[in-house]
Every structure is written in C-alpha cells, then in structure tokens.
Design a protein around this ligand. Structure first.
Ligand code: ATP
Ligand code: MG
Length: 418
C-alpha cells in the first residue's frame, strides 16, 4: 500500500453537505458495503460538493469487479466500455457509473505511443487515486464514516483554488490528451487556476489531441459547450491554441475577423445565460454557431457559381461536415439538427404566404429563431426579419392570417444571400 500520502478529513473538518447526495447513490454504496466490498463516492461529485456546487452526476468507486457488481444488482446493471470497463447501475430513474479501482500495473495496460488505449487492470484505492487526472478529482467520500480520503492533497489544492495534475504533467497529458480539455473545462466551470507551467505543458502537447478518437473529442466539446462558462472556456482554449485543433476553420476565421470572434463570444454568452437560468440547451445550437463561420463563405461561393439556394445550402452543409470530420466527429443526428437550423435561416426570409406556418411550427423553430437573433447582432440588415419573427410568436391566429395573406403584404422577390 502507498498510503503514506493519505490524509483523512472528518465531517467537522470538511463539512461536505452529505444531504445533497442522491438517495440512489446512497443505496448503491450501502448495497456494495453490505456485500462486503469497499465503496465510495468519488470524483467530480465530492469536488463539487466541497465547492458548494450541485454535482452533475454521482460516480462511485469500489473494489468490486464489474462482474461482482452485475451479480449484486442483477438486471439493474450493465457492463459497458472497452477502453475502460465499468458498470452502469440503474437506480431511481438515473444511471450511475460504478467503477472498479484501477491498478498501477503498467505492464498490463495497452499503450500506443505513450497513450493509454485500454486500461482494465484492477487495483486498490490508493492505486486508483493516483491514476485519476487532477488532485481535486481524487477525493473519496466514505458515507459510513463521513470521512474524505485524500490521497493527492486535493483538499489543499481546492482551498488554494488550484487545478493540479497528479504526477508528471507531460506524461499524464500524453497518456490521455483529453485531460487538456478537461483542464480547461474545470478552470472555466470551477474557477480553478491553471498555473503558467500547466498552460505551457498544454501548448507543448496540444497536437497529441489528434490521436484521440474524433467522436470522443466531440463529446468533450459538448461538455465544454455546456459547462456554464463557455465564454471563459473559449478564451482559454484560444489562448492555449486548442480551439484551432477542435475547429480549425472556425478558429482561423474568428482569429482574422473581429466580427466573427464577437459572434462566437455572444453565442457562448447566450448559452451560459441559459444554463445559469436553468433553461434547456442542445448541442445542436453551439455546433451550428461554430460551424456557421465556415459554412457561410462556402454557401455564398456556391450561390455565386449559379446554384439555387436550396442546393447551395445542402451542398455547403455537407462540405463543412466532411471537412470537420478530420478533427472532430459530429454525430449524424446533430448534423441533421444543424442543417435544419440553417434551412430555417433561408425560410425566415419569406415573410408571407403559407410557408410562414411551416417555419413557425418547425421543431427547430426555437433554436433557429435564437440563431437569427444572434446573427442580427453582427448583421444589422436582419432587423426587419427579427421584428417579424418576434412579433408573430405572440399574435392571434387571425392576426397572423391577415399579416401573411393580407393585401398589404409585399410579395417582393426574396434574395437568398444569408
Ligand atoms: P463532471 O462530471 O463535472 O464533468 P468529473 O470530474 O466527475 O466532472 P467524469 O468524467 O464524470 O468527470 O469522471 C469522473 C472521475 O473519473 C473524475 O473525477 C476523475 O477522477 C476520473 N477521470 C475521468 N476522466 C479521466 C481521465 N481522462 N483521466 C484520469 N481520470 C479521469
Ligand atoms: Mg462526474
């Protein structure tokens, strides 16, 4: 055992608000304990509770193997993952991740160019702790004793407001380059400071992100989009030259033209505000905002080459999605959502006739309307459309009818510039 670094904090010292822990989490942990295993609340939940925040999820760590967990929870458990096998336990309408302690036997881990490809070597709690990414993520809460087990000075770093990697930063970032994105996210979300040394290590290692499966990068990008402080995350990603790795074309355009930089900042601010006000968010929205920078010049180019607006829009969308695929894989469902939001931007140009109804009742209307508002902030020419699509939402059916079919309606030819 490597317990010489272990510090145990009692309730009177750590004051973790255990009442915030969900009943289902408690149930799972006690069931594992009753079956003779060790089980702790671990990771982000302990960290967030200590910071006075509401945890996004409750992760559990145990010395029970995935098979043991399956045996205990039977039909309520599913074993998932290849790179990192763990158990999902369904309880109280939610899914809980129950992970078996990882060992430190490097010989059995599957590595490629210093990067961990598969990691299913089980071990003890202290080995598990030092395999985690940041010191504040290596805290274990013992529900029964009400103690926090801290193997890597995480409580101390949290108090100082610092995000510290466990072990050698260079090695840990190469082992799993996604940790660089997690560092930025925790900095933005929790206000934890990144030291200059950590920033430099990230800049030096940023190209390793190209070794990460592109679908995993998209998942991380979405977690970043929805971290609640995306404006800060974006500024930090730009400073550390990471934004250009995730979205190279958009980064180039935003770097050259202030108006597009401002557009992105405004988009991120809007999402931050929505989250702060408890409103729903969809990954489609910010994906559409970021990709718009690249889409727009291609769309106009195709239009100028004689394509009609419909074909130009579909072709430009497809081209943008194909080129983005090399860096970060946007799932098909999200791609479709983005395409629909963009089609609605074209449809919003037509402010008379039957088409108005189909735009208004389109399932993506809300997101597309918010997107129109955002575009209006960088393009004053959209003001008339914003007024029309804003007013129509509060009008009576009769009012709408006379507005879009009335004699006074100007059925001028619609231009398809976006
Ligand atoms: P949040 O849930 O708020 O995003 P989190 O820290 O709980 O933050 P999860 O992705 O839920 O993040 O992971 C749970 C825990 O697993 C982390 O706290 C950390 O201890 C460990 N972990 C997750 N990803 C990694 C990684 N890439 N490398 C090392 N440890 C990791
Ligand atoms: Mg978590």
């Amino acid at each position: 055992m490597l317990n010489h670094n272990l510090v145990t904090y009692h309730q009177s010292e750590h004051r973790l608000p255990s009442g915030e822990i969900s009943d289902a989490t408690k149930k799972i942990i006690y069931k594992l304990l009753e079956n003779g295993f060790e089980a702790y609340l671990v990771g982000g939940a302990v960290r967030d509770l200590l910071l006075g925040l509401h945890p996004k999820d409750f992760d559990i760590a145990t010395n029970a193997t995935p098979e043991d967990i399956k045996h205990i929870f039977k039909g309520k458990c599913r074993i998932i993952g290849r790179r990192f096998r763990l158990a999902h336990v369904y309880m109280g309408g939610s899914i809980y991740e129950v992970a078996t302690f990882r060992g430190s036997d490097e010989g059995d881990r599957v590595m490629k160019k210093g990067q961990i490809i598969r990691d299913n070597v089980f071990g003890t709690i202290d080995q598990d702790a030092i395999r985690r990414d940041f010191s504040c993520n290596a805290l274990y809460y013992d529900l029964h004793e009400e103690t926090i087990l801290d193997f890597a000075a995480g409580v101390h770093d949290l108090k100082k407001g610092e995000l510290k990697l466990i072990g050698n930063p260079n090695k840990r970032f190469i082992e799993d380059p996604v940790r660089m994105l997690r560092a930025v996210r925790f900095h933005a979300k929790l206000g934890l400071n990144l030291t200059d040394e950590m920033k430099q290590t990230i800049i030096n290692n940023r190209n390793h992100l190209s070794n990460v499966p592109t679908a995993r990068l998209f998942d991380e990008a979405v977690k970043m989009f929805h971290c609640g402080n995306m404006e800060i995350a974006y500024n930090t990603l730009s400073e550390l030259k990471l934004f250009e790795i995730l979205f190279p074309k958009a980064a180039k355009i935003a770097g050259k033209e202030a108006v597009w930089h401002d557009f992105l900042i405004q988009a991120f601010r809007n999402t931050d505000h929505r989250l702060q006000n408890g409103l729903s968010v969809t990954p489609v929205f910010l994906t559409a905002c970021v990709m718009w920078l690249e889409f727009l010049p291609i769309y106009h180019q195709l239009l100028n080459s004689g394509k009609n607006s419909h074909d130009a829009l579909h072709e430009a969308t497809t081209l943008v999605m194909i080129s983005q695929r090399e860096n970060l894989m946007i799932p098909k469902a999200i791609q479709n959502g983005v395409r629909q939001m963009w089609i609605l931007q074209l449809r919003f140009k037509k402010m008379f006739g039957k088409g108005v109804y189909s735009s208004l009742h389109h399932p993506r209307f809300r997101a597309a309307y918010d997107f129109l508002l955002l575009r209006n902030e960088v393009n004053a020419e959209l003001a008339q459309k914003v007024e029309f699509w804003t007013n129509i939402q509060t009008m009576s059916p009769e009012g709408i009818k006379s507005l879009i079919f009335g004699k006074k309606v100007k059925r001028q030819k619609v231009s398809y510039d976006l």
